[in-house]
Design a protein around this ligand. Structure first.
Ligand code: ZN
Length: 275
């Protein structure tokens, strides 16, 4: 690599927006008192991103002490995204292997989940109209990903006219997306999310370029430099789960009737329960 190429790389790196901080969280429409939230959005894919979305595994759960109303949150990226060892996943495997329902449920709560990130243009945001016209980073889970996949490669059902595939990231031949979050039995529900009919937006070339220029570089999100090290994660995990406290083993009753025990004892010392 020549000195000039090196310099160019350096400049490029400096010009890359550093948006991964607490002030630039992924977009979520605000829920109303009824527990529902709505926005109309369009998925974007600019030329600077090789792919329209990236995916990573994350751990996110609230660690509550028995009887406590509020606990502490553990929200971290899982190094398994980078095919590296993760102390939380390791601890979870140990819990599963014990074959005891209580521990399985602890592990279930702490398990990694897969999320995807893409750029979106906010077309309508009834609660926050100031967001309309802005480009935002959007984080979504498996259900919304399935809707995108279904648009790209619709399921063919025997006897039915095959649905037409489309590129949801195309501004001419894509479609707007109804982002509808409901709260059903206390849980976030995205079943109502769906693509609108095919439509062209941002037909003015200059306007289109301007919007696309605001897309965030997605590769950065899955860059190793943004992941905590194994030791850092282990330390936080142990702090939050109270690894150093002595906790009694579950009583036979707890093991036999886990369904009655919603507030599990999360202060489990993994080392103590190792055979
Ligand atoms: Zn993990």
């Amino acid at each position: 690599m020549s000195r000039l190429q090196k310099l160019q790389q350096l400049v490029e790196k400096e010009q890359t927006p550093q948006y991964i901080n607490n002030n630039d969280r992924p977009y979520t429409p605000e829920k109303g008192k009824d527990g529902n939230a709505y926005a109309l959005v369009r998925f974007l894919w600019d030329d600077n991103n090789d792919v329209p979305y990236v995916t990573k595994y994350q751990h996110s759960w609230e660690e509550k002490k028995p009887g406590a109303e509020k606990g502490r949150w553990f929200i971290e990226d899982c190094p398994s995204t980078l095919k590296e060892k993760c102390p939380v996943c390791e601890a979870n495997s140990e819990e599963y292997e014990k074959g005891i329902e209580n521990y399985r449920r602890v592990a279930q709560k702490r398990k990694r989940s897969q999320n995807w990130y893409a750029n979106i243009l906010i077309l309508k945001d009834p609660k926050h109209p100031e967001n309309e016209g802005t480009v935002q980073l959007f984080r979504f889970g498996k259900k919304i990903k399935e809707k995108i996949d279904e648009a790209i490669k619709p399921q063919v059902i025997e006897g039915m006219d095959p649905p037409e595939a489309f590129d949801p990231f195309d501004l001419d031949t894509g479609a707007n997306f109804h982002l509808l979050y409901k709260t059903i039995e206390g849980q976030n529900n995205v079943d109502g999310c769906k693509f609108d009919k095919i439509s062209s937006i941002l037909e003015d070339r200059k306007e289109r370029e301007e919007v696309l220029s605001k897309c965030k570089p997605l590769a950065k999100l899955v860059d190793k430099s943004n992941f905590k090290s194994y030791d850092e994660l282990k330390k936080k995990f142990e702090e939050i789960t109270g690894k150093n406290k002595v906790v009694p083993k579950p009583t036979p009753q707890q093991i036999e009737s886990p369904e009655e025990d919603d507030d599990l004892d999360f202060d489990i010392d993994f080392e103590d329960f190792k055979d």
